[in-house]
Write a protein that binds this ligand. Sequence first.
Ligand SMILES: Cc1cc2nc3c(=O)[nH]c(=O)nc-3n(C[C@H](O)[C@H](O)[C@H](O)COP(=O)(O)O)c2cc1C
Length: 303
Amino acid sequence: MKTAVRIREDLELKNPIITASGTAAYGEELSEFLDLSVLGGFVTKGLSIRPKRGNPTPRIAETPCGMINSIGLENVGIPVFLKEKLPYLNQFSTPVVVNFFGETEDDYVIAAEMLSIEGIAALEMNVSCPNIKRGGIEFGKDPESLHTLVKKVREVTKKPLIVKLPPLVTDIVVIARAAVSAGADVLTCCNTFPAMVIDENLRRPLLGNVTGGLSGPAIKPVVLKLVRDVSQSVHVPIIASGGASTYRDVIQFLLAGATAVEIGSESLRNPLCFLEIIKGIEEYMERFRMHSVSEITGTLEIV
Ligand SMILES: Cc1cc2nc3c(=O)[nH]c(=O)nc-3n(C[C@H](O)[C@H](O)[C@H](O)COP(=O)(O)O)c2cc1C
């Protein structure tokens, strides 16, 4: 297929469009709108070894050109996911990527071991959630801690290992290099931006957790630059995540160096956007007589 992209030698996606973690849960609701088999890949909600309750409500607020969330990584836990959710997702001919996180290094290692089974195509390590007290971004913002963590996880899994980077760090390139030198096969660039919304009349934050993570079109130009910076500094495929809502955004991320693109917030507004975006990419490729997505990736022309 013309739109196919390769994430690792053993993992090809039929197109570069993937769900973003946490915005399509475990697929049941999204599949009421479209056949999940059309997607290049499906990324699950972030999972932990034990079930996790999320943050106090409200957990979502709208912002100009975006949204802010503080779900707090609520999830069913890996054992329930494997028993009840994975078989459902495996009905579709779409690679299942499991996003996972932990509070300690051991949590990550145990989770990666539990997830290294048939039916799971790749693992996406979340070291960048701004909405939890322990774990998450604590690992992602320090290159040494990240290197140690990724190395430990790499030792226990042969699955394609994707590391999802935090956007707000002193130098994302240093963080990206630390992940790759420890064995990451792919990088997702990136998670939500720490942010907050205040109700001036109530004099209170709108989110129960006070702060959350900003996503949607508001962050796209910033993420576009991060994707370019990261893709120029490491030699692994990059998955862009941050504000893509149309096929044009996706093409721009590919030009900046991404191999695939995750769609999150936009799918909450319009679950059919996946179909529109995939069609748009096909038409773009026809228009420019392209035979492969690799003719787009990283081909930004600087004059
Ligand atoms: C409601 C919501 C829940 C999310 N949950 C997770 C999660 O569990 N794990 C994770 O790594 N990222 C999570 N994210 C971040 C998204 O996967 C994505 O990286 C981010 O929203 C930027 O993409 P977008 O602008 O297309 O939404 C979540 C985002 C939203 C909006």
